[in-house]
Design a protein around this ligand. Structure first.
Ligand code: NAG
Length: 313
């Protein structure tokens, strides 16, 4: 890569981050939720690199004594945008209604940090939870995430396996990370009419993929493209949710088909797909219509039901 190209990619990343920061900040009220009954703390999780920590927001229901079940979450970012805290609504809902700990975990971003930096950080966060049995009940550990975070939730659940990760919630995930030339085949928008959210233009998608991946080999690595893991590596309980207008709808749906390959009727039920009519990417974070708020709530209920079911498996 030429130096000029590199400077250009960094410049684009900084501009996108600035726009995104303002968007997330000015729409905070759309994610407002009553946090009564939940203790919110900023914590630092040790990473595998000596002296480096991973920031996280820990949501703990008050008045219950541990060890509690734990759900780890990774926000949407395209592996570029710095948005820790964006998923506050969902995290509080899960912590409060399920009386479990939610760890909303940060991870390193590109272009500064390429694959597998972010994926390594998700592994370190899960291993931290497993290593602290006085705080977290590792027998009831689930993961979840949105978009790039959904990619990593699927990836880490297969990477660590169903013995350790009991359930996975992937919201409009990107399970198949492709090369730039394949983008138009993988990410297609089927439905231009939508209530909320954005339809990510494919040139922005190309930018995200270019800055996080190093090579074509990366895209063929199951850790980056979790759809390439054999289906038996995934937990029994998986929920994939995606809006029908989202350009990640087809790829999300293919992920579910993959999880259903050669499985019995029981797994067909516990690995499910929630199709959300006429919503686009991040409809839940930036709802513009009452229908989107209703679907956000319904989607959160479905995620909670999957997490609860996974605890008794
Ligand atoms: C990811 O973890 C592996 C194994 O510990 C290590 O070799 C590699 O350098 C790490 N990469 C990054 C970018 O953190």
């Amino acid at each position: 890569m030429t130096l000029l190209r590199k400077i250009w990619l960094f410049a684009v990343a900084y501009v996108l981050r600035a726009i995104d920061y303002v968007t997330c900040f000015t729409s905070q009220y759309k994610r407002a939720i009553d946090a009564t009954g939940v203790k919110v703390e900023h914590i630092r999780i040790p990473s595998r690199d000596e002296g480096r920590f991973i920031r996280a927001i820990r949501y703990t229901p008050v008045g219950v004594t541990g060890p509690l079940p734990v759900h780890l979450n990774w926000h949407a970012s395209g592996w570029v945008l710095k948005r820790l805290g964006l998923d506050r609504h969902m995290c509080i809902k899960i912590a409060k209604d399920l009386q479990c700990v939610v760890l909303d975990c940060d991870y390193r971003k590109a272009p500064e940090h390429k694959f597998p930096a972010a994926h390594n950080d998700t592994e370190d966060a899960v291993l931290y939870a497993i290593a602290n049995p006085s705080l977290y009940d590792a027998k009831r550990l689930t993961v979840g995430g949105s978009s790039a975070g959904g990619n990593m939730a699927l990836s880490i659940s297969a990477h660590l396996g169903p013995e350790r990760v009991k359930g996975c919630f992937a919201l409009y995930p990107a399970p198949h990370v492709c090369t730039i030339s394949e983008i138009d085949d993988v990410f297609k928008s089927n439905d231009p009419n939508h209530h909320s959210g954005i339809i990510i233009p494919n040139h922005i998608m190309a930018f995200f993929l270019e800055v996080y991946t190093n090579s074509k080999e990366d895209t063929e690595n199951p850790r980056l493209s979790p759809i390439l893991y054999p289906q038996e590596k995934f937990p029994k309980h998986v929920l994939i949710a995606c809006g029908s207008a989202d350009s990640l709808f087809d790829t999300s749906r293919q992920m579910l088909d993959h999880l259903h390959q050669d499985v019995d009727d029981e797994l067909r039920k516990t690995r499910s797909f929630l199709s959300i009519p006429q919503e686009a990417h991040e409809f839940n974070n930036f709802p513009e219509a009452s229908a989107s708020i209703e679907w956000r709530d319904e989607m959160e209920e479905a995620a909670k039901a999957m997490i609860r079911a996974s605890w008794s498996s």
